[in-house]
Design a protein around this ligand. Sequence first.
Ligand code: NPW
Ligand code: ADP
Ligand code: K
Length: 475
Amino acid sequence: MRTAHRVETVRQAEQTLISRLPDGTLMHRAAAGLATACANLLGKVYARKVVLLVGSGDNGGDTLYAGARLSRRGAAVTAILLTPDRTHQQALTAFTRAGGRTTTPDNAQHTLKQADLLIDGVVGIGGRGGLRPPATDLIRAAEHHHVPIVAVDLPSGVDADTGEVHGEAVHATLTVTFGTHKPALLIDPAREHAGVVHLVDIGLTLPPPEAEALQHPDVSALLPHPGATSDKYRRGVVGIAAGSNRYPGAAVLAVAGALRGGAGAVRYTGPATAEVLARFPETLISDKGPKHAGRVQAWVVGPGAGDEQAPVSEVLALDDVPVLIDADGLRLADPGAVRRRTAPTLLTPHAGEAAALLGVTREEVESQRLWAVRELASRYRATVLLKGATTLIADAEGPVRVNPTGTPWLATAGSGDVLSGLTGSLLAAGLPARDAGSVGAYLHGLAGRYAADGAPTTAYEVAEALPTAWRDVTG
Ligand SMILES: NC(=O)C1=CN([C@@H]2O[C@H](COP(=O)(O)OP(=O)(O)OC[C@H]3O[C@@H](n4cnc5c(N)ncnc54)[C@H](OP(=O)(O)O)[C@@H]3O)[C@@H](O)[C@H]2O)[C@@H](O)CC1
Ligand SMILES: Nc1ncnc2c1ncn2[C@@H]1O[C@H](COP(=O)(O)OP(=O)(O)O)[C@@H](O)[C@H]1O
Ligand SMILES: [K+]
């Protein structure tokens, strides 16, 4: 599991540890890890030109200590001091003693242009708002000259706790972060700025995180596995109430996802019976709607549903069955009925649908994803899976799950329908809503990568790649 903590939590953990350690120990641990990561990126250190962008706080201090280490290994290191009178003094002394040189922002353009590496020590967890001049121009120049940038703790300019970006921010090749990830390193739009993220352990003891991202072993442990005594009913039956005369394909794709999600059987109800059976003869068909469909351990309602209200209301009234609501179903669901449910409810909006539910613009959702998913979870008293470049899964409380596996190739019509069927199937197999959502998004993202393999793919191919993704995770 990859975990991320808020700034306040990091500072508390730091204080507890600092009181037991000699002065400066944590900063030296951070700087050592940073210097090693920079050396690895450079390949060879001797005679390489390294430029440090040094701000007024401890983030600049880490950077200077790391610069001192690189200088001792033979690199030509120049520090651009953004606020010379507020530079970390001990670190600056160590840096100059190690042979490092300093310059001012006004004289730095030529040095920057020739650099093999720029280390961004403008701000870390103490930053507020976007980059300020003169850092803005210097970063722009480095990006213009394609100088690789290593961000110290965080790409300067991003909001550590939310992943929001207000103004300009560094685009790093590599971010070396200390003690724990910060939410901004997992959540877009900030995540896009971080590049590859490398965590340096500095010995912090931390409470439960604000955000977490599952990895292969976590997903493998959560996936349902049939045992010797399994039968199709014990493995779970997932009901799909989806599709309409206008959108029969959504039903086919949701069933395609559901058949590969670990449930023992898939039951379909809706107007696309012929299309579903033509593709998947193994589907059980019910023609009397969800209420009279027979045994079902979880329902998926909404993909391609058009304006068909009845199935949504019927499913929401089934108080002992977990329900996943997607697409048109989100618009048709009565919020009060969702809040009153006692069995788990999982809502799976994309940014546009989330915006409509929240009464804000799509841009607001996309720029404040953590807020949006938490707010929806709290308003609906449900679990919410917010789709997009980084898919987030949240309950009103507890760590937000961030899916690390997606690919932009998944932005293809119908791939959300596959996800809803797959995730519903995991719900039917007995996973709690948060786990079903995060495991579903993980497999779906991985299947998207397999299906695309660097070229356009289709929703149906994503569904077909799900067993490969499953084997990858468990193998
Ligand atoms: N905690 C830990 O466990 C450990 C922490 N460590 C390190 O310490 C870092 C945190 O250091 P920190 O607290 O000194 O804050 P930091 O990020 O340097 O920035 C504060 C300064 O920046 C300024 N400033 C603010 N916004 C700005 C902007 N947009 N653009 C420009 N300037 C801006 C602000 O000044 P002001 O806003 O008042 O002008 C203030 O002076 C942390 O990220 C990690 O690298 C490690 O050494 C080991 C263990
Ligand atoms: N830029 C992106 N990067 C990664 N995944 C994406 C991106 N854009 C969309 N996706 C994923 O693609 C799927 C699209 O779902 P959705 O918007 O519901 O499409 P549809 O309604 O056509 O089925 C979601 O799983 C979403 O997370
Ligand atoms: K930084």
